[in-house]
Design a protein around this ligand. Structure first.
Ligand SMILES: [Zn+2]
Length: 376
């Protein structure tokens, strides 16, 4: 059978790029290289490619979709694959904006690999590059004895997976459920911790007889004692969320990870803001990366792999609350390859303190979408 050989390069630098690829043969069937890491999660199927891919397809018109994070234009073409030698296709990915050049760095603070993941190292090496993330945080977690693949990693900076351009950190998600799939106290992420905060879970997430103790606030205290960052996740679900926020136990509040409670999570967060609890927003994608969820943070400095997530390279406070930037609301509208095209249709909501003068800048790689409406 014929092959399509795709080469992924940056349009300006001609350097090879990693990206997420979706190939449909002439009959509309998805095709994958045999050894490729597959995209998991909802939305279109796809695979990860590191600079190139070789996929077997019938001869004829083959549709190729390529996506790399949010700052490259999605690529979509029909390519005629012939018989005989593999058909080579140069795929030029065009940057339409460069936010790191402006001091904004993208991160995903909520990722797990489940018990079905059989190549976690390969996936973790590719995830930051395929999705163009400067900060990638995976978290270990516990549901009874399920062997989650992410639990193989030690907490802290994963130096084998980090570089000068991106940091990979392993944190912990400590959780309590009222019933096996019903959140009780809630779920909270700990980043930049030195050792695992115990117990990882409590109650039914451990066993049918495990006590509903200790509360998550105690775990937040332990994470803070280690110098860690505490983020409420799953959109404020959980009876302890407002308590933890009011007691000042939290550093940030994850919104829209992954997509379950839109728009309720914003409502909860705005209620907290209206109570004077100024929690920075963060976000992630939860199980695997199946979307472009990310939070952009303006560090006021260049990105440096200092061995920590905090400090000058990834701030969780500061400018975020002196007017919530539009870029903070990079949220997934449809979790699929090609979702970047719809990303720009997403909304941004601003928290505006009294006396604060709001200025906005809105741009898009799609003509006709560069507009911004602000409520009176
Ligand atoms: Zn989680």
């Amino acid at each position: 059978m014929p092959f399509l050989h795709g080469h992924l390069v940056d349009h300006l630098t001609q350097q090879p790029l990693a990206a997420k690829v979706h190939v449909l043969d002439e009959g509309g069937r998805p095709a994958f290289p045999a050894e490729a890491i597959r995209k998991v999660g909802t939305g279109l199927s796809g695979f990860y490619a590191d600079g190139e891919f070789l996929v077997e397809v019938p001869s004829g018109l083959t549709t190729v979709l390529v996506e790399r994070g949010t700052e490259y234009e999605p690529y979509e073409r029909s390519i005629c694959v012939g018989v005989g030698a593999p058909t080579d296709a140069m795929i030029h990915l065009r940057r339409w904006t460069n936010l790191p050049d402006l001091g904004w760095y993208p991160g995903n603070t909520h990722i797990h690999y489940d018990e079905h993941e059989d190549r976690p190292d390969d996936r973790l090496r590719l995830d930051p590059r395929v999705h163009d993330l400067h900060v990638t945080v995976v978290s270990i977690l516990q549901r009874q004895a399920l062997p989650y693949a992410v639990n193989r990693y030690p907490v802290g900076l994963l130096t084998d997976f980090s570089s000068a351009h991106h940091i990979v950190d392993c944190g912990g998600e400590t959780r309590h459920n009222r019933a096996p799939w019903e959140i009780g106290y809630g779920h909270v992420l700990f980043l930049r911790i030195a050792e695992q905060v115990l117990p990882i879970s409590r109650g039914v997430l451990v066993s049918g007889t495990d006590p509903d103790y200790p509360p998550l606030c105690y775990a937040c205290d332990e994470a803070r004692r280690q110098g860690g960052v505490t983020i409420w996740c799953h959109n404020g679900a959980g009876m302890e969320a407002p308590v933890a926020a009011a007691l000042g136990k939290l550093d940030a509040f994850n919104l829209f990870d992954p997509y379950w409670m839109w728009p309720e999570e914003y409502t909860i967060w705005y209620h907290l803001l209206n109570c004077g609890i100024q929690l920075p927003a963060s976000t992630g994608s939860d199980w695997y990366i199946c979307s472009n969820n990310r939070v952009y943070v303006q560090t006021g400095d260049t990105f440096a792999s200092s061995g920590q997530l905090g400090g000058t390279c990834f701030q969780w406070s500061g400018r975020w609350l002196s007017g919530i930037p539009l870029w903070q609301y990079v949220r997934r509208v449809a979790d699929s390859v090609g979702s970047t095209r719809r990303w720009l249709a997403s909304s941004a909501r601003l928290w505006q303190p009294a006396g604060f003068i709001l200025s906005t800048h809105f741009c898009s790689h799609q003509p006709g979408l560069a507009q911004c409406r602000l409520p009176a």
